[in-house]
Write a protein that binds this ligand. Structure first.
Ligand code: FES
Length: 338
């Protein structure tokens, strides 16, 4: 059984299979609906039902309150249409968003290597190329937990058919522990994507400040490689934070890019360098490096943040104190996969 859901005010029509969520069907058909967590807890995907009915699914009572249910609201990521429907959604799409459809792929593991004591590089070769925007992420089906984990794509879209992931082992995290300890080269994993609203607003010519911590380097790396490959001439800054040199992975790669491209600037920051690191660069947290570098004046740039929540909070506060508006600050909307 298939239901037709008309999305107002765009008039887009989504074909939803019996048992499929509205959001999943929309993303697979290239129809944009706002979402963040994808599993009923954040409320970003709330829509108003104008006609028809659906099962509300696993929407949490926090993300969709009883009074909202009574008003005919639903969460697109959870609801299962049970008739043809007309819904109203906030479809204010960023002009740089390409809305590439989500599809399912098979990814064969062709490389596993250590990037740092806690982060591994996993390279997948897909059964066919996936079109994505630099900065987006995939959902990876982890067999041991029979569930998916979201990981940002670290390579630029030009590497057709390749998906590079930077996977940090989260203490006690069943998914990332399996990926670190059990996954082997040659295995195949189910992948779906691309997802996400983290991409460079290329139509805006302002400079781009990337601030990355830990495995949050993945999407900035993809975005920076993509810009430089395209010959983009805007000023590009990468601030990479780590505790010590062993955790500061891919530094040589970025030093080389900075040598080659006049508009690319690489500023690594270590907050706890070891004596053997003989570190001569910035010592402190990555947001402090941003404040010092720009002397509290970041206007004329857009910022893209990716890393652990405390780093993101500190970086937002530094950027706003340095005269950057909230609308010019973009960040990942999901927390580190466990
Ligand atoms: Fe978070 Fe639907 S996307 S509740």
């Amino acid at each position: 059984m298939t239901y037709q859901v008309t999305v107002e005010p765009t008039g887009d029509v989504v074909e939803v299979e019996d048992g499929q969520t509205l959001l999943d069907a929309a993303l697979r058909q290239g129809v944009w609906l706002p979402f963040a967590c994808g599993h009923g807890t954040c409320g970003t995907c709330k829509v108003q039902v104008l006609e028809g009915y659906a099962d509300a699914g696993d929407a949490s009572s926090f993300a969709l309150m009883d009074s909202e249910r009574d008003e005919g609201k639903l969460l697109a990521c959870c609801c299962l249409p049970e008739s043809d429907m007309v819904i109203e959604a906030d479809v204010d799409v960023d002009p740089d968003f390409q809305g590439l459809p989500v599809e399912d792929y098979q990814g064969k593991v062709v490389l596993i290597e250590d990037l740092s004591p806690t982060i591994k590089h996993i390279r997948l070769e897909l059964d066919r190329p996936m079109a994505f925007q630099a900065g987006q992420y995939i959902n990876l089906q982890v067999p041991s937990i029979d569930s998916t984990r979201a990981f940002s794509i670290a390579n630029p879209p030009s590497m057709a058919g390749i998906i590079d992931l930077h996977v940090r082992k989260v203490e006690g995290g069943a998914g990332t522990t399996w990926l670190h300890e059990e996954l082997e080269v040659g295995q195949s994993l189910d992948v779906s994507g691309p997802y996400g609203q983290f991409f460079v607003r290329k139509s805006d010519p302002q400079g781009a400040i990337f601030i990355a911590g830990g495995s949050g380097l993945s999407s900035p790396e993809s975005m920076i490689m993509d810009l430089l490959e395209e010959g983009d001439t805007r000023p590009i800054y990468l601030f990479q934070g780590a505790r010590n040199k062993a955790e500061l992975y891919h530094a040589d790669h970025f030093y080389q890019l900075a040598e080659k491209h006049d508009n690319f600037h690489y500023i690594p920051a270590l907050n706890a360098p070891l004596p053997e690191d003989a570190w001569e660069g910035f010592v402190g947290f990555v947001h402090e490096a941003v404040g010092q570098f720009f002397e509290q004046r970041c206007s004329g740039n857009k910022a893209y943040l990716c890393g652990p929540p405390p780093m993101i909070e500190a970086a937002i506060s530094t950027l706003m104190q340095s005269r950057l508006f909230e609308r010019d600050i973009h960040m990942e909307q999901f927390l580190t996969a466990a």
